[in-house]
Design a binder for this molecule. Structure first.
Ligand SMILES: Cc1cc2nc3c(=O)[nH]c(=O)nc-3n(C[C@H](O)[C@H](O)[C@H](O)COP(=O)(O)OP(=O)(O)OC[C@H]3O[C@@H](n4cnc5c(N)ncnc54)[C@H](O)[C@@H]3O)c2cc1C
Length: 384
């Protein structure tokens, strides 16, 4: 690895890979780093909503979703408190994160990005007048690199910024944790093209068929509920049973991954020669499945600012990113925060499942806010 870069991008999820590619396309020398070996798994519902699909298409990356047998999504089937609610999904796509993130990294490399996986990066505190310093550690050695600008797109809690006291991470009280696995044997009821969503006491679980035919399982749970259930697989099985889905015995032996607390915010999201984006800049529980859309939107919006910063740092760039980030991400997260609070109360869930099909206009602003389809087409049936 060369020691000096225009931009070092830490974390090769959708935010990092897309930002790195955009910068390389504008002629910048970009190094993209990830601590995991690719392709890697990631806890995620594996569903791109129509906004995420449209953003990828708009920057010429529609092909990353058409590389294999990815599934077009047609509807969301929500089950809770013995009721079933079906909503149509326009232009959604299901694809495993191992496949999607590898495709995005490949696209970044094709655009001229240098990619290094299996290395953990830390942004160093110190003199930043000319450049930022980044320590990069692999299994055998640590090297020191410099860059005109650093992008922290390293996911929840931005671990690469642990040295910087000026960037703070605040975890929301009683935030849920995430967990996920993929199973290859499951009941036939889990058909392709449908997001199956179970809401129960202690959490919710989303299930979707991904390329290759497997069933991606991902959920958000109260930590106490996981402990009380005896583990992640048992917590997911408990939520599915409460909501009325058939049991998936293979979940017990599956390889589960967990996440730290999900709902959190980062302040500030920019400092001299540093921009924070994607989950690293703050996240709210995944119920609405918008995380990747936020990550892509922030990657696309930050790139011109980073490119400007490569030509010369101006304090106004940090202010502009804070403002833009609030506009394109934080404002949308407010609705999700409200929904997350509703989901924690069984009484509210019961009421919502009862009212939603009867009073669609009452819920229209919420639904519009999280990019779900209009509620006119809602259909509800009893499932037990
Ligand atoms: C249970 C669950 C379900 C979800 N379902 C959906 C869904 O259906 N649809 C949707 O759009 N979103 C969903 N999300 C949200 C989505 O997964 C995230 O919003 C999205 O992955 C954010 O992308 P990112 O690029 O910011 O970060 P990430 O995808 O988390 O990527 C961060 C990368 O940084 C790397 N990294 C971390 N630390 C370092 C370091 N020090 N040095 C180098 N690399 C580092 C990590 O290895 C990782 O590859 C879900 C999330 C959860 C938890």
């Amino acid at each position: 690895m060369t020691a000096d870069w225009d931009a070092i991008v830490i974390g090769a999820g959708p935010a990092g890979s897309v930002a790195a590619r955009q910068l390389a396309l504008s002629g910048r020398r970009v190094l993209l780093l990830d601590k995991k070996r690719f392709p890697r798994r990631k806890v995620c519902g594996a569903c791109l909503n129509h906004s995420a699909v449209a953003q990828l298409e708009a920057i010429g990356l529609g092909n990353v979703l058409r590389a294999g047998d990815e599934t077009d999504l047609t509807r969301l089937e929500l089950r809770a408190v013995s009721r079933r609610l079906t909503l149509p999904i326009p232009n959604g796509r299901a694809i495993s994160r191992a496949r999607l993130d590898q495709n995005l990294v490949d696209a970044a490399i094709r655009a001229g990005v240098t990619f290094q996986d299996g290395v953990s990066a830390t942004v160093r505190a110190g003199d930043v007048r000319k450049a930022r310093t980044v320590s990069v550690k692999d299994s055998s050695a640590t090297s020191t690199l410099t860059s005109k600008v650093v992008l922290a797109s390293d996911g929840l809690g931005h671990p690469s910024l642990s040295d910087l006291s000026e960037v703070r991470d605040r975890i929301a009280p009683s935030s849920r944790i995430g967990a996920g696995c993929e199973v290859t044997e499951f009941p036939a009821e889990f058909v392709p093209g449908v997001i199956h969503m179970a809401i129960g006491r202690g959490g919710y679980v989303g299930l979707v068929r991904v390329e290759g035919g497997g069933l991606n399982v991902a959920g958000a749970f109260d930590a106490q509920f996981v402990r009380g259930s005896g583990g992640l697989a048992q917590a997911a099985a408990g939520v599915l049973a409460q909501a009325g889905f058939p049991a998936i015995p293979t979940m017990a032996d599956a390889e589960w991954l967990g996440t730290p607390a999900l709902s959190r915010s980062t302040t500030p999201v920019a400092a001299e020669r540093l921009f924070v984006l994607g989950d690293a800049s703050g996240y709210v529980e995944p119920f609405t499945g918008e995380g990747m859309a936020w990550a892509l939107a922030s990657a696309i919006a930050v790139s011109p600012l980073v490119s400007g910063a490569c030509d010369g740092w101006q304090p106004s760039l940090a202010e502009t990113w804070s403002r833009e980030h609030a506009r394109i991400v934080r404002s949308r997260q407010r609705t999700c925060r409200m929904l997350a609070a509703i989901l924690k109360s069984q009484t509210c869930v019961r009421l919502a499942m009862f009212l939603l099909p009867k009073m669609p206009s009452f819920l229209q602003p919420i639904i519009r806010g999280v990019s779900l389809p209009t509620p006119q087409t809602l259909a509800i049936t009893r499932c037990r």
